[in-house]
Design a protein around this ligand. Structure first.
Ligand SMILES: [Zn+2]
Length: 85
């Protein structure tokens, strides 16, 4: 069962499922994603992502755009953890 969580602001409708490049069906899930930005390790919490049965993980284009902005924001705030919004 998938629990849909709505973000309070800037709600984007994400499809519940998405066809993975491998042909399997990916399901919408929320993951904590750790990435490097300007040499700093930053954790973005609750990132909407799609994962298929073969564990291929994909992000929607809008998600990647927002992640970039959040990394920049976290970096400027000098924090290593930020919640996806
Ligand atoms: Zn796949």
């Amino acid at each position: 069962m998938t629990v849909a969580r709505k973000s309070d602001i800037m709600t984007v409708e994400y499809p519940k499922t998405y066809e993975c490049d491998c042909g399997r069906l990916s399901e919408l899930t929320h993951k904590n994603v750790s990435t490097r930005y300007n040499g700093k390790e930053i954790l973005i919490k609750d990132v909407p992502s799609y994962e298929c049965a073969a564990q291929h993980v994909k992000f929607a284009r809008i998600t990647r755009v927002k992640m970039k902005a959040l990394l920049k924001e976290a970096y400027n705030l000098n924090t290593d953890e930020i919640k996806f919004k």
